[in-house]
Structures are given as structure tokens and as C-alpha cells.
Ligand binder design. Structure first.
Ligand code: ZN
Length: 181
């Protein structure tokens, strides 16, 4: 007697056994689009077949029972789990904020050090330029000193003659002209 409300039977085909005739519990859908009803017992075989074929199969329950109300202990467990998850989320948020602040702090430190390093580099360049100028001036002074020393030596050679030039004899006059005159 055919009946629309009859329990669907398993349609999974076994390669080595007679066809299964157990009541189907799931709808099997192969990744190439084929669908068939399948019983609980045949699901592992279908999964194995999918693995052997290197294809995938998904299983959807045929039962659309409304969700059963939670028992008191299930509710308690769920609430505890929710509270624990919320606590963990708060902790993670706090930790995230700490890490963010630490990151901001470190970024500022790096910027400060970078600025200082640039300042120091500029100062070193300035000092190097100053040293270069001082060395140039030192060389100029050394040249001037050498010139002055040479001049001094020339003058020292000339000094004895200069002293004689001022004597009356050097001017071509007799030394006792005033007495003899
Ligand atoms: Zn079956």
C-alpha cells in the first residue's frame, strides 16, 4: 500500500552487499550534485566511498524536529560558558588595549630616538665642519708663522748693517769733525 507519509528508506547502493533497506535518516549530497537518502549505518560507508573517489559528500538530517527546550542543567552550563566566554573576551580586550598602549609608547620612543639620532648626526656634521675650518685656519697661521720666521731671519741678517749705517763713519763723516773743525 503506497503512502506519501511512508518513512523514506536508505538509497545508498552497496558494491558488495544487497541494497540497504533501513529507514533513511539523512540526505546525502555528492559534490557532483547527486542526492540520495541514506540511513545512519550507511553514512560511514558513504564517507569512505567519498574518500576513495577523492570527492566530497555532505549529509543533512531529514528530521526537522523543533528544538527541545533546554534542561535546567543545560541552561546552567550554557550560562556558565557564556559568562566564562564574556570574562575571557573582557580579558582579551584589556590585554589588547595594553598591547596597543605599549605599541604606541614604543612607537613614540622609536621616533624620539630617531629624532635624537638625526640631531646627533647634524651636530657631528656641524662639528666636523668646524674642525675642518679650524684646521684651515691653523694651516693659514702656520704659513703666516713660516713667512714671519723667514722675514725675521732676513731682518736678523740685516740688523748689524743697520747699526753701522747710523755711525758717522758710515755717513762718510770724520768721527772727530767737530773737534777738528
Ligand atoms: Zn543504509
Amino acid at each position: 500500500m503506497p503512502n506519501d507519509n511512508a518513512i523514506p528508506l536508505c538509497e545508498f547502493k552497496h558494491a558488495t552487499q544487497p541494497d540497504c533497506t533501513k529507514p533513511a535518516t539523512h540526505k546525502l549530497r555528492w559534490d557532483w550534485g547527486q542526492e540520495q537518502k541514506i540511513c545512519q549505518d550507511c553514512i560511514p560507508l558513504a564517507q569512505q566511498t567519498a574518500t576513495n573517489l577523492q570527492r566530497s559528500a555532505t549529509f543533512a538530517s531529514l528530521e526537522n524536529r523543533p528544538e527541545e527546550p533546554l534542561t535546567r542543567s543545560e541552561r546552567t552550563a550554557l550560562i556558565a560558558a557564556k559568562l566564562a566566554a564574556e570574562g575571557e573576551a573582557d580579558e582579551l580586550k584589556l590585554r589588547g588595549e595594553q598591547l596597543y598602549r605599549a605599541n604606541v609608547d614604543l612607537t613614540q620612543q622609536v621616533q624620539t630616538h630617531t629624532l635624537r639620532a638625526r640631531e646627533h648626526a647634524t651636530q657631528i656634521q656641524t662639528r666636523e665642519a668646524q674642525i675642518e675650518k679650524l684646521q684651515e685656519r691653523l694651516e693659514q697661521r702656520e704659513h703666516q708663522l713660516a713667512d714671519a720666521s723667514a722675514e725675521l731671519q732676513r731682518l736678523q741678517v740685516l740688523v748689524p748693517f743697520v747699526g753701522k749705517e747710523t755711525t758717522p763713519e758710515d755717513r762718510g763723516l770724520p768721527s772727530s769733525s767737530t773737534v777738528d773743525g
